[in-house]
Design a binder for this molecule. Structure first.
Ligand SMILES: NC(=O)c1ccc[n+]([C@@H]2O[C@H](COP(=O)([O-])OP(=O)(O)OC[C@H]3O[C@@H](n4cnc5c(N)ncnc54)[C@H](OP(=O)(O)O)[C@@H]3O)[C@@H](O)[C@H]2O)c1
Length: 294
């Protein structure tokens, strides 16, 4: 049994809470910034799970725990960090369940490096209301092979999750980034995934991913040339009306994970002297469009 705090109970945090609820082995605390009256998660295997974990709204009243899982958006890290002082009173590790490749860098100002566990999350899930989440498929969690990674995976033993340690976490994170990077196009165009079926848009998507592959390789990730086509075909095979989470954020007027998903490719490309014109243009256009709306 472990005491587990989840900071950020949206789509991903909600699924994590439901999985831990299903096995009933851990004491779970939901750290939220607005009161949460119950949480119901629709499960892919059918039925729903009602999460009965304790809800905490005040970081100053947070309990001391054994594990912390952060599932806020990447741009909400400073807010998430306000919870860490009390939760980490005994040095609990922090699993960062966010997109991108800079999990450690984001939390380095707040947590010692050896206590940060980056996690790659794959899960088709939407938050339908503040207290209702619809999980449409299995959650896949990848953590680096390490003592912390092993302890993290063990927390999920007995849950219907695919939680694993991977020997080459860097490549896993960059592979996911390649997927996310192409998602900037529907977000820019305000058209769902069906837009990838257009030949010209497909070519731009391949180019965005090729830049990500080049920068990822310079960072040490092992990424095959075929990944650009794999990513495009996955988007083309998705339901034509599906929305990626950055697109959903734009429609809802929320901030965007643009820096974590595309800005990082431009920044690290610059560091390695690798041109990233497609990502650079996407970041500039989307930033200008969002600023114009606000
Ligand atoms: N959704 C997916 O399908 C998916 C799949 C794979 C990976 N991811 C990644 O997983 C991460 C989480 O995404 P998500 O889709 O779960 O986001 P989300 O549904 O927007 O949930 C984020 C949650 O964080 C909360 N939050 C923000 N600041 C907080 C603070 N200071 N204290 C407590 N809670 C705070 C938000 O609270 P409010 O309700 O008050 O705004 C919201 O409930 C992102 O990096 C995303 O890219 C998502």
């Amino acid at each position: 049994m472990a005491r587990v705090a989840i900071i950020g109970v949206g789509a991903i945090g909600g699924v994590i809470a439901s999985l831990l609820e299903q096995i009933g082995r851990h004491e779970v605390f939901l750290c939220v910034r607005r009161p949460l009256a119950g949480l119901t998660v629709e499960k892919p295997e059918g039925g729903t799970v009602s999460v009965r974990a304790a809800v905490v709204t005040d970081p100053a009243a947070a309990p001391t725990v054994d594990w912390i899982m952060v599932a806020t958006k990447a741009y909400d890290v400073p807010g998430a960090a306000k919870w860490l002082g009390m939760l980490r009173a005994q040095g609990a590790p922090v699993a960062v369940l966010q997109n991108g490749v800079e999990h450690r860098e984001r939390f380095a100002p707040y947590v010692p490096m050896e206590s940060i566990l980056p996690v790659v999350v794959d899960c088709p899930v939407e938050r339908q209301a503040p207290n209702r989440v619809r999980q449409r498929g299995v959650m896949h969690l990848k953590a680096p092979e390490s003592a912390l990674g092993r302890a993290f995976v063990e927390l999920f033993a007995g849950t219907p999750t695919d939680a694993v340690e991977v020997p080459d976490f860097l490549s896993a994170a960059w592979t996911k980034l390649c997927n996310n990077a192409a998602g900037v196009l529907p977000t820019l165009l305000l058209q769902p995934a069906g837009v990838f079926r257009d030949e010209a848009i497909g070519d731009v998507a391949r180019q965005i991913v090729r830049e990500c592959i080049a920068v990822g390789r310079a960072e040490g990730a092992r990424l095959g040339d075929e990944l650009a086509e794999t990513v495009l075909q996955a988007y083309r095979a998705a339901p034509s009306d599906s929305l990626n989470s950055m697109h959903a954020d734009r429609l809802a007027g929320r901030p965007l994970e643009l820096d974590a998903r595309n800005g990082v490719i431009v920044r690290l490309g610059q560091k390695h002297g690798i041109p990233t014109p497609s990502n650079r243009m996407a970041v500039a256009l989307l930033t200008a469009m969002v600023q114009k709306m606000s």
